[in-house]
Design a protein around this ligand. Structure first.
Ligand code: GLA
Length: 387
């Protein structure tokens, strides 16, 4: 849907009124390496996609904020004079959660009419929810001149998801959506929040995202279980060394202290986090040296660790990755995001992209009975106003 079409829907919905109509955008993300490390104070390396969520907004001179989307029929509104309440599992909780966080910081929101429009596949693990939160936070900041910087908006959006929506996610998705830059991946230290935009020099190669179209209803509970296991690993390690989170340990330190974790499953979870941090640092070095081959190998190792130690892949993601690695011209392939379904990300030689999509798609369908979707990723900018 282009800007004119969106504006037409907006007017059909809310009518012709006085006041400026603004348009904002925040992208989804794909993470190249550094998975399940963000909530452990570790390293991540995501990039923003060119698809995401658009938000058209106009002040309405009333004490209500109205929400609608072009993606499905469900609409809603909140009254600005009463406390906000969560509405079941509705998508509206994402933007209302953001308004709620803004209110907590005593920032005055006035009545608005809002129309969202997303072109990210929902539930594919490409952070459609983070993009809804970020586009809302960014829009409020612009419209009402709150003067918050991007990092503050990122943190506020994560908090909205943790507190209001009730999903205990880390900071990666909101960060990538808010801070992305075309042609760059973002190297973020999730402990200090120091970051660097790293040019993605993938001459002659493409980033291919494959959606397994497998959704797991268990994703949230398994995600929280993994977080709890990491916390219990920290508890066990603390008996010998004063650490705040798993990423305080180097690989060598972990190797010599891992005996302190008596539960074998918890030890494996911790091993994934520590080795993944190590792989992420090595991968960024490799990219800076122009060694994309090594970057790809580290992506493969990341998947294998998520499969064997962290156990968040599942048959569909494993099958997709196995088939991807059979293609001559695949440099590396791994799951991306939380796991348990969703997408894989692969680096593929340009001339192999077409056979990749054809052959991986048909082998996956044969083996798993599901039709995959493929996207050749374009790396776009973070949150912005479209004028
Ligand atoms: C989800 C969460 C992120 C991160 C990833 C796993 O996308 O929202 O914070 O933990 O899973 O790397």
């Amino acid at each position: 849907m282009n800007k004119e079409q969106l504006q037409e829907s907006f007017i059909n919905l809310y009518g012709e009124q006085e006041g400026d109509i603004h348009l904002f955008f925040s992208p989804g993300r794909v993470n190249l390496i550094g998975e399940h490390t963000d909530y452990n104070g570790g390293y991540v390396f995501p990039c923003a996609l060119s698809f995401g969520t658009y938000l058209m907004a106009r002040k309405n001179q009333q004490r209500v904020v109205r929400f609608a989307t072009t993606n499905f029929d469900h609409r809603g509104e909140v009254n600005l004079d009463v406390p906000f309440e969560k509405e079941g599992k509705s998508w509206i909780n994402y933007p209302v959660g953001v308004l709620n966080e803004l209110r907590k910081t005593a920032r005055e929101i006035e009545g608005l009419d809002l129309l969202y429009s997303g072109d990210i596949p929902n539930g594919a693990g490409l952070s459609s929810s983070a993009s809804i939160e970020m586009v809302t936070a960014y829009a409020m900041n612009q419209i009402f001149g709150f003067g918050l910087d991007r990092m503050e908006l990122v943190k506020l959006s994560q908090k909205a998801e943790n507190v209001f929506v009730g999903v205990n996610c880390g900071i990666m998705d909101q960060f990538a959506s808010g801070m992305g830059a075309a042609g760059h991946a973002l190297f973020l230290n999730c402990d200090t929040l120091d970051y660097e935009r790293v040019p993605l020099n993938l001459e002659g190669m493409k980033i291919v995202i494959a959606n397994t179209n497998k959704r797991s209803g268990l994703a949230d509970s398994k995600y929280n279980e993994r977080r709890a296991q990491c916390e219990s690993a920290v508890e066990a390690l603390r008996t010998r060394k004063d650490i705040r989170h798993l990423s305080d340990l180097s690989l060598d330190e972990f190797t010599s202290l891992s005996f302190l974790i008596t539960d074998e499953v918890v030890r494996k979870r911790a091993r994934h986090v520590i080795t993944e941090n190590h792989r992420t640092l090595t991968a960024i070095d490799a990219l800076n040296q122009g060694d994309v081959g090594l970057f790809g190998q580290l992506m493969n190792q990341s998947h294998d660790s998520l499969r064997d130690d962290y156990e968040v892949t599942g048959k569909e993601l494993d099958t997709m990755v196995e088939e991807a690695r059979k293609i001559e011209g695949t440099i590396g392939s791994r799951m991306t995001g939380a796991g348990f379904g969703g997408c894989t990300v692969s680096i593929v030689r340009e001339d192999a992209v077409e056979p990749f999509i054809r052959e991986v798609g048909s082998a996956y369908q044969k083996r798993k009975g599901l039709k995959a979707d493929f996207y050749v990723a374009e790396i776009g900018d973070g949150s912005k106003e479209i004028v």
